[in-house]
Design a binder for this molecule. Structure first.
Ligand SMILES: [Zn+2]
Length: 154
């Protein structure tokens, strides 16, 4: 597959973003689309499904672009379905994680531990909680950074 197809899709996505309003752009997940397309492209030579999905989303985006001025509720729904099924493939088969995944994971661990240790050590939950969240966020951020560097983030 040639990289031009990715570039062409990116151009269409940009134009689409400029045409529809902010709310519609968000509903169509245009920014997410860009990242997904890059990933599908990078896996497409080894993964038949990514190749197939790439063709699917390419067709979908061109279609959306053609009817960009008359988008209906059904178009948003369809787009959402396509994106979420692609994301689930990328996460399951290619072990990709959503960006900020570790951040929210460690904040939730940190806050539960913060409550427990706040209670045990300071006899004060309110004191332990922010410490737990702070430590969790710091650990989460470094994991996210690492995953991003390795290209594992969606
Ligand atoms: Zn794949």
């Amino acid at each position: 597959m040639e990289h031009q197809r990715v570039e062409k899709l990116n151009t269409i996505l940009e134009e689409l973003k400029n045409t529809v309003d902010e709310k519609a752009a968000k509903k169509l997940g245009l920014d997410k689309c860009k990242r997904i397309i890059e990933k599908l492209y990078s896996f497409s030579s080894d993964c038949e499904e990514c190749d197939r999905r790439f063709n699917e989303i390419e067709k979908q985006i061109i279609q959306l672009f053609e009817k960009r001025n008359v988008l209906e509720e059904n178009d948003f729904k369809q787009q959402k379905q396509i994106i979420s099924s692609i994301i689930s493939h990328l996460q399951k088969q290619h072990k990709l994680i959503p960006s900020g995944y570790y951040m929210s994971l460690f904040i939730s661990i940190g806050s539960s531990l913060g409550v427990v240790f706040g209670f045990l050590i300071f006899d004060n939950i309110a004191l332990g909680l922010p410490i737990g969240i702070g430590i969790g966020a710091a650990i989460g951020a470094s994991f996210d950074e690492d995953a991003k560097k390795k290209g594992l983030t969606l």
